[in-house]
Write a protein that binds this ligand. Structure first.
Ligand SMILES: [Zn+2]
Length: 463
């Protein structure tokens, strides 16, 4: 398992992180394990004894009864909406009213600085939870990009465009191109720029086609919410329901395609861009086949789906699909905790399990989907998401000695069934410790906390 093949930076010293368990995801769990990090890369993985022998000069640190795992990946977030945690509960029984209240608050009550603070608090929450990479959809990508940069979190920022009115398509496309060009100036190996047509029903066919062409031409990652709610299904398949009524009220002509959201994305060529599809709650066997054939990915958001009353995705049928977990915004969750998301995914997969005796979805599979699966769903191949030698050092160290965890018979089971974000002791992105000893290292948490309080008061006052 040891190797000297890793890229080495001669100036950077090697540090060895040791713990009772190391879970590389692509290999077997190592007891009394260690991970050696040189610069931003994983230099070696093995037992503590092996690594100390391999790097006699290196400093080492022992985290005791803990597990070292690849960094958790949150495939679907809206960091800018973090200030709306708990703000929409009074309308959460009505998805249309929920979206409306959210949009009004974001566009009329939050300043650009509020959005940036909100996104930064979301990024801070993520690294505290052992998350090292997010797929973040943002109405103003600059806020998201700044948040990732300030906190040291990796991510894909999907600049969103939204309007069901065909007459707005050209203008929105021009704006999107300008936004993307600006955001791309910040791109590097940590931060990528993508685009997001919000959903099949909130963008016009013309805007959707233009964005798809743009994504294909520029090789931009594309994310879209799809097959999330009953209301969306009603509009797409039958041209009726609350969304159809709202469009008619606003005088917007929107022809129902009379097919499922996934069929629509397939026939309109969107699946050819291999999009990341958020939610996929209401998908049937034919839809799943289309997703699979297109090599598209799914961001599975079990808690958000349940909280908004959309139901649960047929996750047990997603076996052959590229997938990861998403928290969605904390307005519909209300936390970013990928271990808990994995727990919900596992329990719900078992609820759905074929009565004919389909295979049980396991904690090991959930850990893989929460790390390696998520990285691949976001379009990264082997750059991170495992503890493989030569991968970038994105990892989380999770304590496993709490009253709620002891005794630990199998660390994967303990992580998925007993642990949560609060148990994370250290988060590292590309070799940089971004969270440790209860502190997010790069930002002034108290200043941000005070600003979050101010934003809350402003939102309540203006209501
Ligand atoms: Zn979303």
């Amino acid at each position: 398992m040891n190797s000297n093949d890793a890229p080495r930076n001669k100036i950077q010293p090697t540090k060895i992180y040791c713990a009772r368990w190391v879970i590389p995801i692509t290999g077997r769990t190592i007891e009394d394990g260690a991970v050696a990090v040189t610069g931003k890369f994983i230099a070696s993985v093995g037992t503590r004894a092996e690594l100390v022998a391999q790097f006699p000069e290196a400093s080492s640190e022992d985290f005791g009864a803990a597990a070292i795992i690849p960094g958790l990946v949150n495939c679907h977030s809206h960091l800018e909406l973090t200030a709306m945690r708990g703000y929409l509960e009074d309308v959460e029984g009505d998805f249309f009213a929920w979206l409306r209240k959210l949009t009004i608050a974001r566009t009329t009550r939050m300043s650009e600085d509020d959005l940036r603070v909100s996104a930064t608090w979301g990024a801070l929450e993520a690294v505290r939870a052992g998350v090292t990479c997010v797929g973040d959809a943002s109405s103003w990508g600059d806020a998201s990009m700044a948040a990732l940069r300030d906190v040291g979190l990796r991510g894909v920022v999907y600049q969103e465009a939204i309007s069901p009115d065909e007459r707005a398509a050209d203008q929105l496309l021009s704006k999107l191109r300008a936004d993307v060009a600006r955001l791309r100036e910040s791109e590097n190996e940590l931060w990528r720029v993508g685009i997001s047509p919000h959903s099949p029903y909130t963008v016009s066919e013309k805007l959707l086609a233009g964005m798809t062409r743009y994504a294909l031409d520029e090789k931009l990652p594309l994310m879209i919410h799809a097959a999330e709610s009953e209301a969306e299904d009603e509009l797409m398949k039958h041209g009726r329901g609350i969304f159809a009524e709202s469009l008619a009220r606003r005088g917007i002509e929107w022809r129902s395609p009379r097919m499922s959201p996934i069929q629509y994305l397939s026939t309109r060529g969107v699946l050819a861009a291999r999009p990341l599809l958020a939610h996929c709650v209401r998908v049937d066997a034919a839809d799943i086949e289309l997703i699979k054939e297109a090599h598209a990915s799914v961001a599975h958001c079990p808690k958000s789906n349940l909280k908004l009353g959309h139901g649960h995705a047929p996750f047990d049928k997603f076996r052959d699909i590229q997938k990861g977990f998403g928290s969605d915004s904390v307005a519909s969750n209300n936390i970013c905790d990928m271990l808990e998301e994995g727990r919900f995914a596992t329990l719900l997969a078992r609820l759905n399990r074929d009565e004919a005796g389909g295979e049980m979805y396991t904690a090991q599979q959930a850990l893989k989907d929460a790390t390696h699966g998520g990285a691949r769903a976001l379009g990264y191949e082997e750059q991170f998401g495992t503890l493989n030698v030569g991968a970038e050092a994105d990892l989380a160290i999770v304590k496993l000695d709490g009253a709620h965890q002891v005794p630990v018979h199998d660390p994967s089971h303990a992580l998925i069934f007993s642990s949560s974000a609060h148990d994370v002791a250290l988060t590292m992105v590309a070799g940089r410790e971004v969270y440790r000893d209860g502190q997010v290292t790069a930002v002034d948490e108290e200043r941000l906390r005070a600003r979050m309080g101010e934003i809350r008061e402003k939102m309540m006052r203006d209501e």
